[in-house]
Design a binder for this molecule. Structure first.
Ligand code: FDA
Length: 318
């Protein structure tokens, strides 16, 4: 109930105005590196010293004007240049609704093409995040079309809560895509998605096994040593039971730690991030930055309503 309410609020403009108070901004800083690219680069340097790779997300989604999609495209071009020229063990993650997916698909594809072309010139990988279920087909269509044009530096995200994901993974792996597996962060209805945590967890384990088996069979499935290109198998969760299961599967398949990557969000379970890195697994932290943090922050609250207490403590400090 609370999760649904928080996810509904994440799309509300009036809640957004109310929440963008100094207190909420302060609370959001637990999950967001800061408003500027320089803040994100600072976080990348700190995490690198701890042996962690990163992927940077310039926050923003569901733009309502194509001018804003162009601004986001420019921001990503600057991000890719900064990461490449800084020689950082990092890549970028982006959302297609920030590049105009809901306004004009052709324009969105052409924005992504520009970013991906420049990224390819700089040997940089881009991960296309997955949004709500209405965005899955258009997102995958655009990624496939650009891959067919030769842009092989685009990876995708698959959500374990969707019934369709097993079939999507099967095809995407055969097409050569690198996949990040997540549980799924949006509000989805019963006709398209599992509703209970236990069902989502069970499907996550099944899908992780499917991806790891493929990674074990394909010779070119590892990531690059410089931390820019992830392996084919990227397992993104903070759930220790899922992680233990993945480790077991990898062991069973004789897939060494370097053959897969764990990914977690900035500000969540830093202890677990370090523990996995110390076992030799490439471990990547998703670092969001920018001023459009509200929907991202609300999804983090919805995942763990106990985080509301953290927000309220910040309000009380005013
Ligand atoms: P689960 O929700 O079961 O949490 C397991 C444990 O992790 C909790 O018990 C708690 O300890 C900790 N935890 C989880 N969330 C927390 C939070 N918000 N605050 C504090 N502790 C928390 N989703 C999507 O739909 N599209 C996408 O593109 C992405 N991309 C993405 C990238 C990366 C790197 C990660 C890690 C996650 C995503 N997600 C995503 C989000 C994902 O779908 C999911 O909502 C979150 O990862 C939370 O689910 P867990 O797998 O951690 O499990």
């Amino acid at each position: 109930m609370l999760r649904s309410a928080l996810l509904r609020l994440s799309r509300s403009q009036s809640a957004r105005r109310l929440a963008e108070s100094a207190a909420a901004r302060r609370a959001a800083r637990r999950f967001v590196a800061g408003p500027r690219l320089a803040d994100a680069l600072g976080a990348v340097h700190q995490l690198r010293q701890k042996g962690l790779f990163t992927t940077l997300d310039h926050l923003g989604e569901n733009v309502t004007r194509l001018e804003d999609a162009e601004v986001a495209t420019q921001a990503y071009l600057s991000l890719v240049e900064a990461l490449a020229h800084g020689g950082l063990p990092s890549n970028a993650s982006l959302k297609l609704t920030q590049l105009g997916l809901r306004l004009d698909r052709q324009a969105c594809a052409s924005h992504l093409r520009r970013i991906a072309q420049r990224a390819a010139e700089l040997h940089m990988f881009l991960r296309v995040d997955m949004e709500d279920s209405s965005a899955v087909d258009p997102t995958l269509e655009i990624c496939r079309a650009l891959r067919a044009e030769g842009l092989a530096n685009l990876g995708v995200v698959i959500q374990a809560y969707l019934y369709r994901s097993q079939a999507d993974i099967d095809l995407l792996l055969r097409e050569g895509f690198r996949i990040r597996l997540v549980k799924g962060a949006y509000q989805e209805a019963e006709p398209v998605a599992f509703q209970s945590k236990s069902q989502v967890d069970a499907n996550f384990d099944t899908l992780a096994w499917q991806i790891l088996q493929h990674a074990q069979r394909v010779p070119d499935s590892w990531g690059s040593k410089d931390g820019r290109v992830p392996p084919i198998a990227a397992i993104a969760t903070h759930d220790e039971l899922r992680i233990t299961q993945v480790e077991r599967h990898a062991h069973q398949l004789r897939l060494p730690p370097a053959g897969l990557e764990f990914q977690m969000l900035y500000g969540i379970r830093p202890d677990l991030q370090l523990a996995l890195a110390s076992k030799g697994y490439p471990t990547r932290v998703y670092v969001p930055y920018g001023t459009e943090w509200f929907p991202y922050f609300m999804r983090r609250l919805a995942e763990r309503p106990a985080n509301l207490g953290f927000l309220l403590r910040n309000v009380a400090r005013l």
